[in-house]
Design a protein around this ligand. Structure first.
Ligand code: ADP
Ligand code: MG
Length: 251
C-alpha cells in the first residue's frame, strides 16, 4: 500500500449512553479509493463528522500525512443529503464551497464554469436544483465538492437517494472521474455492490457500535462491471455482515 494519507486509530464516540463508534481504526493511502461499508446506524456519518470537526472523538487519534488534524481540515465533504440550496441557481450552488473559503463570487464562477461540461451539466448553469434530475443534482453536489481543491474527498452515501439505474450510471461516471483525477477518496455506503465496484479496499463495519470487522481488498482491474467475480466478493461480504451479531435495534 502507498504511504497513509489519512490514519484513524482507536476512534470512539458515545452519544449520551449510546455508544456509536467503538475503537475504530483505518487508513487511506494517497490516491486510494477506500470505502467504509456498514449497516444503517453503524456510525458511518459520525466518522465524517469527526473528520470534518463537527464533532470531537471521545478517544482516539486522526492523523493526516502523519500529523494530527488541526483547524484547517484537508477534506472536501459531500454530505449524505445533496444539500443544494433550492433558491440558488446551479452555478451559484457549485461556487458555495469556494465562497465559504473566502473566494469572491466572480472568481469562484470562473473556477467552476469549465467543469460543467465534464460533469454533464453544460447548459444547466442557470437552472434551479428542482429543475434537475436526481443524478444531475448529485453531479452538481460533487462538482461543488471537488472544485474546492482539497487533499481528500469524503463522500457520504452520494447515490443513496437515486433509483437503481441512475445509481449504476453514476457509479460508472464516478469511476471514470476518479481514474482520470486520482482523488484520494473515502466513500461511506451501505451498498455492498457499490463498495465492490468502486473501491481499492473496503472496511466492513459491525452494527452499532461500529468497529471494523474486516478489511477487504478488491484487486480487480477498472473499469469494473458486474459479473461472477464481483458477485463472489459481494457474497463474501454479505456473509460477514450477516454472521456478525447486531447490538440491538436501529434508532
Ligand atoms: P450511519 O451513518 O451509519 O447510518 P450515524 O453515524 O448517522 O449512522 O448514526 C449512528 C447512530 O448514532 C444512530 O443510532 C444515530 O441515531 C445516532 N446519532 C447520530 N448523531 C447523533 C447525535 N448528534 N446525538 C445523538 N445520537 C446521534
Ligand atoms: Mg449516514
Amino acid at each position: 500500500m502507498t504511504a497513509a494519507r489519512l490514519e484513524l486509530s482507536g476512534l470512539a464516540k458515545t452519544f449520551g449512553n449510546l455508544p456509536v463508534l467503538g475503537d475504530l481504526s483505518l487508513s487511506v493511502g494517497r490516491g486510494e479509493f477506500v470505502a467504509i461499508l456498514g449497516p444503517s446506524g453503524s456510525g458511518k456519518s459520525t466518522i465524517f463528522k469527526l473528520l470534518t470537526g463537527a464533532l470531537s472523538p471521545d478517544a482516539g487519534a486522526i492523523l493526516f500525512d502523519g500529523v494530527p488534524l488541526n483547524d484547517r481540515r484537508p477534506f472536501a465533504f459531500m454530505p449524505q443529503r445533496d444539500a443544494l440550496m433550492e433558491w440558488r441557481r446551479i452555478l451559484d450552488n457549485t461556487t458555495l464551497g469556494l465562497e465559504v473559503q473566502g473566494i469572491g463570487r466572480a472568481a469562484a464562477r470562473r473556477r467552476v464554469a469549465p467543469l460543467f461540461a465534464e460533469f454533464g451539466l453544460a447548459g444547466f448553469e442557470q437552472h434551479y436544483p428542482a429543475q434537475l434530475s436526481g443524478g444531475m443534482r448529485q453531479r452538481a453536489a460533487l462538482l461543488r465538492t471537488v472544485v474546492q481543491d482539497k487533499d481528500m474527498l469524503l463522500l457520504d452515501e452520494p447515490f443513496g437517494a437515486l433509483d437503481a439505474l441512475t445509481r449504476a450510471d453514476m457509479q460508472r461516471w464516478l469511476e471514470t472521474m476518479w481514474s482520470r483525477h486520482g482523488w484520494t477518496t473515502l466513500l461511506v455506503t451501505h451498498d455492498v455492490r457499490e463498495a465492490v465496484l468502486l473501491s481499492d479496499r473496503i472496511y466492513v463495519l459491525s452494527a452499532r457500535p461500529g468497529r471494523v470487522i474486516a478489511e477487504v481488498a478488491v484487486p480487480l482491474p477498472r473499469p469494473r462491471r458486474t459479473g461472477a467475480t464481483v458477485a463472489a466478493i459481494e457474497a463474501g461480504i454479505l456473509d460477514l455482515l450477516l454472521s456478525t451479531p447486531t447490538e440491538g435495534p436501529e434508532r
